[in-house]
Design a protein around this ligand. Structure first.
Ligand SMILES: N[C@@H](CCC(=O)N[C@@H](CS)C(=O)NCC(=O)O)C(=O)O
Length: 239
């Protein structure tokens, strides 16, 4: 990525707790990479957390960040902290309208895109069969694909008026949205270019953004161990 990153001892590195294929953990990982902040990942799985996890994560959710003895929860709060503490390579646009538009898409991605689509698909296709040893409910999956996907992807399609969702450069709105779209692909789905042409092009372009590629490379082993579909990322290493 061009910049020389000063060497940081492992013990002094920012710690990001959370398995990196989680939508909200990846968001913080990409933010750290984009901002050239050395970090160490502790791949906590919320369904099987380590002892003392409740002390770090009062909600039980991932991610959690520790910068020395300063511990913080929630991906949006953590990204705000990173932006203010490490202002180089900004992720939030300066101008008020672009800035609040970025906050809106960060919220829409973390909340609506995740809750309405990714959470349900991931729960049905990965968590239920592999972790809870319960059958997948195909009706729930069909409902998400038939109702939530057209609503959410249709809105994103209409919102894309340029290369980025907010402002004119890669930023937090793209990080948060892409993190969801990546998991959609990991689950074996694609963005249909006939219905969502701008969103499909946007996904392919942002996938090639250096910090996204670096984050995906770092999570390859975990993704493979969970049987996730990595076909969408196959060309990236060579790109
Ligand atoms: N608002 C939180 C949401 C975090 C979240 O929902 N994390 C998911 C994984 S992507 C989780 O920990 N799920 C497990 C659970 O709900 O117990 C954030 O932005 O960090």
């Amino acid at each position: 990525m061009g910049d020389v990153v000063p060497e940081t001892k492992e013990s002094e590195m920012l710690k990001i707790y959370g398995v990196p294929i989680s939508v909200h953990t990846r968001k913080v990982v990409v933010a750290a990479i984009e901002k050239r902040i050395p970090y160490q990942n502790e791949p906590v799985i919320p369904f099987n957390p380590p002892a003392g996890w409740a002390e770090l994560s009062p909600t039980g959710k991932i991610p959690v960040m520790a910068d020395g003895d300063f511990v913080l929860q929630d991906s949006s709060v953590i990204c705000t902290y990173l932006e203010r503490t490490y202002p180089a390579h900004p992720l939030y646009p300066q101008g008020t309208r672009d800035h609040v538009r970025a906050l809106w898409f960060e919220e829409y991605a973390d909340g609506t895109v995740f809750r309405e689509i990714i959470h349900g698909l991931f729960f049905q296709k990965i968590i239920r069969p592999n972790i809870l040893k319960l059958a997948t409910d195909a009706g729930v999956i069909d409902g998400i694909l038939d109702k939530a996907v057209p609503t959410v992807f249709g809105y994103l399609e209409r919102s894309l008026t340029g290369d980025h969702l907010a402002g004119d450069r890669f930023g937090i709105a793209d990080v948060a949205t892409m993190s969801n779209l990546i998991n959609f692909h990991y689950l074996g789905y694609q963005i249909d270019p006939d219905f969502y042409p701008k969103l499909a092009v946007y996904f392919e372009a942002q996938l090639r953004h250096p910090s996204i590629r670096t984050a995906l490379a770092a999570e390859q082993t975990v993704a493979a161990s969970m049987g996730l579909d990595q076909a969408f990322a196959r060309d990236l290493a060579a790109a």
